[in-house]
Design a protein around this ligand. Structure first.
Ligand code: ADP
Ligand code: MG
Length: 234
C-alpha cells in the first residue's frame, strides 16, 4: 500500500548518510513518482549543487546554496519540494505546503514548467502567482494550491488581500535567486512575507552570489543551515 511504501521510503531517508556517495538521482532515497518524473525528463546524473545539497535537504535540513547560473539549482529545490510533501502525506485538504519565491515572472514560469515536467506522477495541485493577470482569477484558485511558485510583490498582495489564502501550515519555503530578489528591491516585501509564515518550517535559499544582503537574509530566514557552495567550473 501507499502507506507502507512511504514508511519504507522514510526509513531509507533516515538511514541515508549525506556522506554516502550519490552520483545519480537513483542513488538517493527518492519516491518512485519523482524518479519516474526525472527519468521521463532524461535527468540521470546529478550536477554538483544537486549532489551536495539534496542529501541534506531531503533529510529536512535548511540549506544555503551558492552556485552560478546554469548549475542546476531548480532541481536542487524542486525535488525536495515533492519529496518532503509526499513523505508528509500532503493532500488536497492540507492547503499550501510549499512556496517557491522567484525574482521575476519569467523565472517563475520556468520553475513551474520544470515542476510540471518532473512532478506529473504526483497528485499535488500547483499554481503560479506572478501577477500580470486578473487578481480575482488568481484569488479563486489560490486557496486550493499545495505548491505555489510566486514573485514577491504579487504574493504579498495576496497575503494582504485574499481571503482564505493561508500559509499557516507551510512546510517548505524556497528562496530562489535570493541575490536578484534583493537587488531588485524586494527586501522589505520578502521580510513581510517571511513574517507571515510559520517559524517551524524548512527553508532552502539559493543564490548565484553570496553578498552581505544574502547573508543577512539567510540569518533571518534559515535555521542552523548547511552551507553548500559550488565553485565555478574551471
Ligand atoms: P540554475 O537555476 O542554477 O541557473 P537550472 O536549474 O535552470 O540552473 O538548470 C540549467 C540547465 O541545466 C537546464 O537546462 C536544466 O534542464 C539542466 N539540468 C539541470 N540539472 C540537470 C541534470 N542533473 N542533468 C542534466 N541537465 C540538467
Ligand atoms: Mg535558476
Amino acid at each position: 500500500s501507499d502507506r507502507h511504501e512511504l514508511d519504507a521510503l522514510q526509513q531509507l531517508v533516515d538511514s541515508f548518510e549525506p556522506t554516502d556517495e550519490a552520483v545519480e538521482f537513483s542513488d538517493l532515497p527518492l519516491s518512485r513518482q519523482t524518479l519516474a518524473g526525472l527519468k521521463s525528463a532524461y535527468y540521470g546524473r546529478m550536477t554538483d549543487i544537486q549532489q551536495r545539497s539534496l542529501p541534506l535537504s531531503l533529510k529536512g535540513k535548511d540549506v544555503l546554496g551558492a552556485a552560478r547560473t546554469g548549475s542546476g539549482k531548480t532541481l536542487a529545490f524542486l525535488v525536495p519540494v515533492l519529496e518532503i510533501l509526499l513523505r508528509k502525506r500532503w493532500g488536497p485538504q492540507d492547503g499550501l505546503g510549499a512556496l517557491v519565491i522567484s525574482p521575476t515572472r519569467e523565472l517563475a514560469v520556468q520553475i513551474f514548467e520544470v515542476l510540471r515536467k518532473i512532478g506529473h506522477q504526483h497528485q499535488f495541485s500547483a499554481g503560479l502567482v506572478i501577477g500580470g493577470k486578473n487578481l480575482k482569477d488568481e484569488q479563486d484558485r489560490l486557496s486550493r494550491m499545495n505548491i505555489l511558485v510566486a514573485t514577491p510583490g504579487r504574493l504579498l498582495q495576496h497575503m494582504d488581500q485574499t481571503l482564505g489564502f493561508e500559509c499557516d501550515h507551510l512546510q517548505l519555503l524556497v528562496l530562489d535567486e535570493a541575490d536578484r530578489i534583493l537587488d531588485m528591491g524586494f527586501s522589505a516585501s520578502l521580510n513581510a512575507i517571511i513574517a507571515n509564515l510559520p517559524r517551524s518550517r524548512q527553508t532552502l535559499l539559493f543564490s548565484a552570489t553570496q553578498t552581505k544582503s544574502v547573508k543577512d537574509l539567510a540569518r533571518l530566514s534559515l535555521k542552523d543551515p548547511e552551507y553548500v557552495a559550488v565553485r565555478e567550473a574551471g
